[in-house]
Design a protein around this ligand. Sequence first.
Ligand code: SF4
Ligand code: SF4
Length: 232
Amino acid sequence: MKKIPITKIDPDVFHLRGIAEGSFSKCLESPCGRSKGDGCCWWGVSVDRESYGLMKKHQKRLDAFLPVPLDECFEGTNDDPEFLGGGAIDTKVRKDHWCALHHTDKRGCALVDFVFKNGLPHRMIPSACRIYPLTWERGKLKVAKTIYKNCHCLLDQHTVDESFFESHRKELEDIFAIDPQAIERAKKEAVAGGPKHKALVSVKRATPGAALPRDEQPQQSDVKKTVEVARP
Ligand code: SF4
Ligand code: SF4
């Protein structure tokens, strides 16, 4: 199974606190992003070519589960080799501002629900969603520039002492071929007090339910494309 090579890791990855039960486990309890929750599902996401292929394989059942048919959820493609399958396809952003794969009648991602409920491979979920707020670029694993206020990784009640890297290690090792020396180097740098991500320094423990400051809210002009979705 092919993986994305990682040769460098930002020490911030080891400053970020872990989530006890891993990816998505506390998302529905976190009032992240615009106080409605699901902050990182705004803007849509680039879906690994391999993930898209798995969605197509299960399309018949997925179409009955998603808010809109699968074929109406995507737009441009690219051949970026740093995605599983050697390329990606972008999800559309709906008129209600969420990723086309997000539920329309409740919180959470319909695709993630479908995968978890049916015990399907996590590779069907875009890599970017499985590891947020970690991300990667040119062989480097790092913390995303923006961590949404009230993201579970910033909330005392949802985090544990082990690092986010350790709590998400299974997901990370499924997606990436990580150089073990890069892990050791980054750990040492983190212990030595390496540079710390702005959100990890400046965010006081967030108050659940607090609204996102205006400058953290997406602007209409930033919304890529909209697709009509009939609310149930
Ligand atoms: S912003 Fe954080 S808590 Fe909110 S949905 Fe994304 S990963 Fe989950
Ligand atoms: S695919 Fe799901 S988890 Fe990822 S951005 Fe879209 S709605 Fe959110």
